[in-house]
Design a protein around this ligand. Structure first.
Ligand SMILES: NC(=O)c1ccc[n+]([C@@H]2O[C@H](COP(=O)([O-])OP(=O)(O)OC[C@H]3O[C@@H](n4cnc5c(N)ncnc54)[C@H](OP(=O)(O)O)[C@@H]3O)[C@@H](O)[C@H]2O)c1
Length: 227
């Protein structure tokens, strides 16, 4: 029986006041070296890494694994050096000149179906594959069928909110960074209607620079395939 959907872990660096970007917005660099290692470990665990189109437009790139031990471990398991990069977009509007398109990884676009036909739309320039994204469940099922069992979600807030609203996150991995940022950019957008869920603490670890890892698991199973 094919899995219903991948196991999904959200990975974010957030300030003490729960912000993921400074008040003016823009490309946030909130985490330090400890957080960077955790991020790369999460990428090394994952088959694919999903990010929101706005995060990609603002940063221009996605996160890569650089640590030699993590790259070696993936190679010894016969896996690609980097997880597949998945970009979620309703508009499908990703500027072609972004350095993302030069990064050494596979790129798939998850976008609303173009036009009125049901034929699969071709992958836009720079992407290796395009999957229709009208709602999460069928798209996640398709990802599972394509061999994506472990999915890390890299944010931002709008993307995290849309998955949480459907009860689709299995783990929240937050690095709490010792900064207060203020402003409107909370890691979950205001007004998201959340599925009721109970979160249990699975890991807590002090990191260098006064950062703290907190990993919570959702105690309700939503049909994911692995852990
Ligand atoms: N601290 C951290 O760890 C961290 C991590 C990531 C991002 N950030 C920060 O977060 C900010 C960006 O976050 P954001 O909330 O503004 O944007 P975002 O979540 O990165 O991207 C939002 C966009 O993603 C697409 N999208 C979201 N949900 C979708 C769905 N259900 N179906 C289809 N497409 C969907 C849409 O793309 P279209 O507009 O193309 O339709 C939407 O406009 C930046 O400042 C970034 O630096 C921080």
């Amino acid at each position: 029986m094919s899995p219903q959907r991948p196991f999904i872990r959200l990975v974010l660096a957030v300030s003490l006041d729960g912000r993921l970007a400074p008040p003016q917005g823009g490309a946030a660099q909130i985490g330090g070296r400890g957080d960077r290692r955790l991020l790369e470990e999460a990428l090394a665990w994952a088959d694919a890494a999903l990010l929101g189109a706005e995060t990609l437009r603002r940063h221009g790139t996605t996160c890569l694994i650089h640590a030699p031990d993590l790259l070696d471990a993936r190679a010894s398991e016969g896996r690609s050096p980097q997880p597949t990069a998945l970009v979620a977009s309703r508009s499908g509007s990703i500027p072609e000149g972004l350095p993302f398109f030069q990064q050494p990884l596979e790129r798939w676009l998850l976008a609303s179906a173009a036009g009125a036909t049901h034929a699969p739309a071709p992958a836009p320039v720079g992407f290796d594959r395009r999957l229709a994204l009208t709602s999460w469940s069928p798209t996640l099922q398709e990802l599972a069928q394509l061999g994506i069992a472990r999915l890390v979600v890299l944010g931002g807030a709008a993307l995290a909110g849309s998955l949480l609203a459907e009860g689709l996150l299995d783990e929240l991995q937050l690095t709490i960074c010792p900064r207060l940022l203020g402003g409107p950019h909370t890691w979950l957008p205001a007004g998201v209607a959340l599925e009721p869920a109970v979160w249990e603490l699975r890991e807590q670890r002090a990191l260098e620079g006064g950062e703290l890892l907190l990993r919570y698991g959702c105690s309700v199973s939503h049909g994911c395939s692995v852990s």
